[in-house]
Design a protein around this ligand. Structure first.
Ligand SMILES: Cc1cc2nc3c(=O)[nH]c(=O)nc-3n(C[C@H](O)[C@H](O)[C@H](O)COP(=O)(O)OP(=O)(O)OC[C@H]3O[C@@H](n4cnc5c(N)ncnc54)[C@H](O)[C@@H]3O)c2cc1C
Length: 288
């Protein structure tokens, strides 16, 4: 029989997860988990709803860095002007998830820990060098977001662990990010390709730092260091953009499915990486 519990502290949640006799699932917004329960794809014995834990939903700014609670909804993220200003790409990625109704529930932790290769917020969080704080029976640990998903539907979290919050670092001046995805319909579909780019420029518009991450083109989100290398030390000129396009295409290991062939996804990855880089570059240039 399925049991439901909604602990009000982190310690209680960890105790419940660690002590579960069968399979336990953490619940945030439920927009993935409830669909999977109804379809019978997942059959947990225990659901641990995290939403009553103080601080698990909400955004705090600390000296220019941001802490986003694991269960914070896309709607709340989209209303945080300071976050939008510092990390427009992270916010636009989170706000692409689903519809208005889904936005009222869907969280970053759920998007990450559902471990879909096409999750929209994950490439943007990785490009942002976001970390997450994980609570478990052995205390808390902070790890890069890219260390969480190990394959489709699989994470590196232990059975007693859950994500407590995300940390986004303080940005240097003239930094910005962008996220673009391609879907076959205008909305409410899964990314054929997603591309996140985060850049820092010097006062002359030369790229001093870059992170490029692709989604939906491999079992997990893919960091593209060769794409970053093509941009760093240059303005966003033709050579840089061509190098980025080539690196993005080279980093793809996509599947063929009804949304796109391998060849198509590979080509779109290059195009989206270029376009996201152009948006991030423009945004960074407008910032002081
Ligand atoms: C109609 C519809 C449209 C959608 N559109 C998109 C889309 O465009 N892009 C996209 O990326 N996704 C989309 N999704 C999928 C889903 O909405 C997102 O993945 C969402 O971010 C999940 O968040 P949640 O809080 O609802 O997660 P939940 O359903 O609560 O949880 C999802 C998974 O994460 C685990 N989990 C939740 N919180 C934690 C935690 N704190 N620590 C550890 N594990 C945790 C759960 O155990 C579960 O396995 C869509 C879903 C629907 C139903």
């Amino acid at each position: 029989m399925l049991s439901y519990t909604a602990p009000s502290t982190v310690d209680e949640a960890v105790r419940l997860l660690a002590g579960a006799s069968g399979a336990a699932k953490v619940l945030a917004g439920g927009t993935d988990l409830l669909v999977q329960l109804r379809s019978g794809r997942t059959k947990p014995d225990l659901i641990v709803d995290t939403k009553r834990i103080p601080g698990i939903a909400g955004i705090r700014e600390q000296d220019g860095a941001f802490v986003i609670g694991a269960a914070t909804s896309g709607a709340v993220i989209g209303e945080c002007e300071a976050l939008k200003d510092a990390w427009p790409g992270v916010v636009e990625a989170a706000n692409l998830i689903g519809s208005t109704q889904i936005q009222g529930r869907a969280s970053l932790a759920g998007n990450l820990c559902n471990a879909s290769p096409a999750a929209d917020s994950v490439p943007a969080l990785i490009a942002a060098r976001a970390t997450c704080v994980i609570a478990g029976a052995n205390g808390r640990r902070e790890v890069p977001v890219e260390s969480i998903v190990t394959g489709p539907g699989r994470t590196s979290l232990g059975p007693d662990e859950f994500v407590l919050e995300f940390h986004l670092p303080k940005r240097p001046p003239r930094s910005a990010d962008a996220y673009l995805r391609f879907i076959p319909r205008t909305e409410m579909d899964i990314a054929v390709v997603g591309a996140a780019v985060s850049l820092t420029l010097d006062p002359g518009g030369v790229c001093t730092d870059a992170r490029i991450v692709l989604g939906a083109v491999a079992p997990t989100a893919v960091l593209v260091p060769e794409g970053a290398a093509a941009l760093i030390g240059r303005k966003l000129d033709e050579t840089a953009v061509a190098g980025l396009d080539k690196a993005a295409r080279g980093a793809c290991k996509p599947i063929d499915d009804k949304r796109g062939t391998i060849e198509y996804r590979t080509k779109v990855a290059g195009v989206l990486a270029r376009r996201a880089a152009t948006i991030a570059y423009q945004r960074a240039g407008e910032r002081r």
